[in-house]
Design a protein around this ligand. Structure first.
Ligand code: M6P
Ligand code: ZN
Length: 183
């Protein structure tokens, strides 16, 4: 059995997998390349802990994990996850926010974008065929839990080539979506 630190965003127990994404890993993700290049390459942007109780690709299995996105910006753009489509496009996912404030960016395969506000207790259903990326717009870490099918897989290549439909940047008084989108 594993133990969750629900608000702290940690999973304790055997076989927990972990990864971290630093500035140096995210060169193609942020728009302002000069701002990106001026930052310490070891600056932590986000980390993920997750459990895979079945093998990757098991049909009918589920994975469970937590992501902690640090507060920060690259130029005007807030720290965020790389974002992905599922390799098996029809697979969905749940996200739920434990702590912090952010925006979930969603984009379908025809590049139509929408967003959902993330705040403590918000639950987000991500349907299949939908790219998803989380942006931390707050001043504290943004902690969200996720549950996804074992055979969903991650397709990062499509967004690497084509980018996301929208970006989230700091506005004068509140975060702003570019191009504009109703929050
Ligand atoms: C969530 C899940 C994971 C994902 C992680 C980070 O925890 O969706 O599958 O890996 O967020 O997002 P990304 O893979 O886009 O960097
Ligand atoms: Zn996913």
């Amino acid at each position: 059995m594993l133990e969750l630190d629900w608000l702290g965003g940690k999973i304790a127990g055997e076989g927990v997998l972990r990864l971290s994404r630093k500035i140096r890993d995210l060169e193609d993700v942020f728009e302002d390349h000069a701002a990106w290049a001026s930052m310490g390459p070891d600056t932590l942007v986000y980390s993920v802990e997750w459990t895979q109780p079945t093998a990757q690709d098991t049909e009918g299995g589920l994975f469970w994990g937590v992501t902690v996105i640090e507060p920060g910006r690259v130029g005007e753009e807030f720290f965020m996850t790389r974002g992905h489509f599922h390799a098996k496009r029809d697979r969905g996912e749940y996200y739920t926010t434990a702590q912090g404030t952010g925006i979930l960016l969603l984009m379908d395969e025809s590049r139509s974008g929408r967003s959902e506000q993330m705040t403590s207790g918000s639950l987000h259903y991500i349907p299949g065929h939908t790219a998803h990326r989380v942006v931390n717009t707050g001043q504290d870490p943004l902690i969200f839990w996720a549950c996804w099918p074992s055979d969903a897989g991650h397709d990062y290549g499509t967004l690497q080539r084509e980018g996301f439909s929208h970006r989230v940047v700091a506005g004068e008084s509140s975060p702003r979506l570019v191009p504009p989108l109703q929050l």
